[in-house]
Ligand binder design. Structure first.
Ligand SMILES: Cc1ncc(COP(=O)(O)O)c(C=O)c1O
Length: 424
């Protein structure tokens, strides 16, 4: 193992993004954080912004702050997300949660494609997305159906299976660009054109791909997209989500929730709703300013570095992790839970083991070993490792694998309960 550790040290020395690590807050504990694909770390600048926003903007400026930058912040940051997502100015805005945005855009698409009654998704999609689509089938009523394309291997979706499900009657195809469990990534261009050839609309959930892979929304001519900001964008717990609507579609679609922020001018207090201009018509109510402002530092870092360079490091770190897992963990019963081809993957990796849950418990136990390692667990047997190039080091990946090896070899996981925590 010694030579691999030396290799990790040398890779860290050569890492051209290593300076960004210090831009994130670390506590006193010796911690290796590999869950940035679920809840990103806190950027020091976000903490400073939060303090300033609370103490000065809220504490002193109070209501005046709305005209001193708050009112336009969701559109401004939407434009910064657009750069990362491969979209254009005025096509992305921050609002609501991912689930609510998915509802709004899927509803708008179904209305736009009235007469077509099929919605297509797949079984690797995030449950909240499936629930919302199920709810829409119920809401739109008779004749509407949701087709959930199965996965043949539990890890990927075969394009032919998806193609078969998209028939002439299909109104909407709603997919996660990167699957939350296996990290399987669709070819956005290929699938978008496949969907549009059938006259249907595509709605991408970018929650696991925004800030993880270079965006391709315009390049693929995608219709609609949603995504969250608390994973790779480090906005903090529950930070508001974003939505994207292609420019030429914005005036043709209508949000099902006619909130006052979606009106042409909320402060006219008109009694009758008039859809706002462009992307703004998809807003609902007052944006959560404090948790919105914390997203900006990561967007600035990503736009300064470029998504291509971030992706380059992500692929290199994933390859390193796969290589050392094959060497040190596969002999102990681990298997891959993610596609091996980086073109078919996001920025997290799943490793599968029958004792995955208890191994995770052991890894995060501060009383075991000197380093706490935080990945996460996804049923039934996946340990997910989030690779976040802004702050993940090669040596951290090495130490995580070394810790897992000793937990499994010495059967240290046996002392932990199989009872699931509320949040895994
Ligand atoms: C792919 C995906 N879609 C949707 C959601 C739900 O997001 P929200 O809680 O913001 O509605 C999540 C949450 O983790 C997710 O990973």
């Amino acid at each position: 193992m010694e030579s691999v550790y030396k290799e990790a040290l040398s890779l860290d020395e050569q890492d051209e993004l290593s300076a960004y690590r210090s831009k994130f807050i670390s506590g006193k504990e010796k911690l290796i954080y590999l869950d940035g694909n679920s809840l990103g770390k806190l950027p020091a600048e976000s903490k400073a912004i939060l303090e300033r926003s609370v103490n000065i903007e809220w504490g002193e400026r109070l209501i005046r702050s709305w005209n001193e930058g708050w009112f336009t912040k969701n559109a401004e940051l939407g434009d910064k997300i657009a750069q990362i997502a491969g979209a254009s100015e005025g096509e992305v805005i921050i609002t609501d949660t991912t689930s609510v945005n998915l509802y709004k855009l899927a509803h708008a698409a179904l209305n736009f494609k009235m007469g077509r009654t099929r919605i297509v998704t797949d079984e690797l999609n995030f449950p909240s997305d499936l629930y919302i689509l199920q709810g829409l089938v119920k809401e739109f009523g008779e004749g509407y159906e949701l087709i959930i394309v199965p996965s043949r291997d539990g890890m990927t979706i075969d394009t032919m299976d998806l193609k078969e499900a998209i028939v002439d009657n299909t109104a909407l195809v709603s997919l996660s660009h990167v699957a939350f469990k296996s990290s399987f990534r669709y070819n956005m261009k290929e699938i978008t054109s496949l969907v549009q050839d059938k006259g249907a609309m595509i709605l991408w959930d970018l929650s696991h791909s925004i800030g993880a892979v270079p965006g391709e929304l315009n390049e693929s001519n995608a219709d609609l997209a949603v995504g969250c900001t608390y994973k790779y964008l480090n906005g903090g717990p529950g930070s508001p989500a974003f939505l994207y609507v292609r420019k030429d579609l914005q005036d043709k679609l209508s949000s099902p929730i006619w909130g006052w922020f979606g009106d042409k001018n909320p402060f006219d207090f008109e009694l009758n709703y008039r859809p706002g201009e462009g992307i703004k018509r998809f807003l609902t109510g007052t944006p959560p300013i404090l948790s919105l402002k914390t997203i900006e530092p990561t967007l600035d870092m990503m736009n300064e570095i470029s998504m291509e360079r971030i992706r380059k490091k992500s692929v290199s770190q994933s390859d390193f992790l796969i290589r050392i897992a094959e060497k040190f963990l596969y002999p102990l019963g681990f298997q891959t839970g993610s596609p091996m081809d980086p073109e078919k993957r996001g920025s997290h990796l799943s490793l599968r083991h029958p004792e995955a849950y208890r191994i995770c418990k052991a890894l995060i136990d501060p009383d075991l070993g000197e380093t706490v390692v935080i990945p996460d667990f996804r049923d039934p047997d996946n340990i997910r490792f989030g690779i976040t190039p802004l702050y993940t080091a090669y040596t951290e990946l090495f130490i995580a694998v070394r810790e897992i090896r000793s937990i499994v070899e010495d059967k240290l996981f046996l002392k932990y309960s199989l009872k699931r925590e509320q949040v895994t």
